[in-house]
Write a protein of this length. Structure first.
Length: 151
C-alpha cells in the first residue's frame, strides 16, 4: 500500500469523524422507566428496531416524576416514561421516526411528548390491531405545545 493510499484513507476517516460522532449522538437515547412497565419495554424495543442505541434506567415512580418536572414536562402532557436524546426530552410513546425528525430539524424546543398512552402508538399496540388517532406534541421552552405529527 502506498503512502498516498494510506494518507487518502486517513483523510477520509478524519473528515467523516464529526459526521459519525453526530450520528452516534443522534442515535443514542437514554430512557427512564418503571422496571415493571411492559409497554415501556416494548417502546424501547421499537427504538432499538429503528436503529437507536438505548440505555435504560429503571426508576421508582417518585424519581420518574422528579425527572419529568426537571425536564419541563407538566403533568397534563406526561406519560409513563421519559427519555433524552440529542439534548431533547422525549416523553411517552413517541414514534422513532418523529424522534429522528426532531433531532434532524433541531428546533428550539424542550422536546416531544405523546400524552397518556394512546392505543396503537409504539409500545401500545393492541393484539386486535385496534388504534386510536394521536398527536405528537412539540414542547416549547415557554411550556406551550404545538402539534409536531399526527398519527
Amino acid at each position: 500500500m502506498s503512502i498516498r493510499t494510506v494518507f487518502g484513507c486517513c483523510l477520509v476517516l478524519l473528515l467523516a469523524s464529526p459526521a459519525l460522532a453526530a450520528r452516534d449522538e443522534q442515535s443514542s437515547i437514554e430512557v427512564w422507566k418503571s422496571p415493571t412497565c411492559d409497554c415501556c419495554g416494548k417502546w424501547v424495543k421499537h427504538l432499538e428496531d429503528n436503529g437507536f442505541a438505548v440505555k435504560v434506567n429503571n426508576a421508582r415512580s417518585s424519581t420518574l416524576q422528579q425527572i419529568k418536572r426537571q425536564a419541563g414536562i407538566e403533568k397534563k402532557i406526561a406519560s409513563c416514561h421519559t427519555a433524552m436524546v440529542g439534548g431533547y426530552v422525549i416523553e411517552g410513546h413517541v414514534p422513532a421516526a418523529d424522534i429522528e425528525r426532531l433531532v434532524k430539524e433541531h428546533p428550539d424546543a424542550v422536546g416531544l411528548t405523546v400524552p397518556k398512552m394512546p392505543i396503537g402508538s409504539p409500545g401500545m399496540e393492541h393484539p386486535s390491531g385496534e388504534t386510536e388517532p394521536y398527536d405528537v406534541l412539540l414542547v416549547k421552552k415557554d411550556g406551550s405545545v404545538e402539534v409536531f405529527a399526527r398519527h
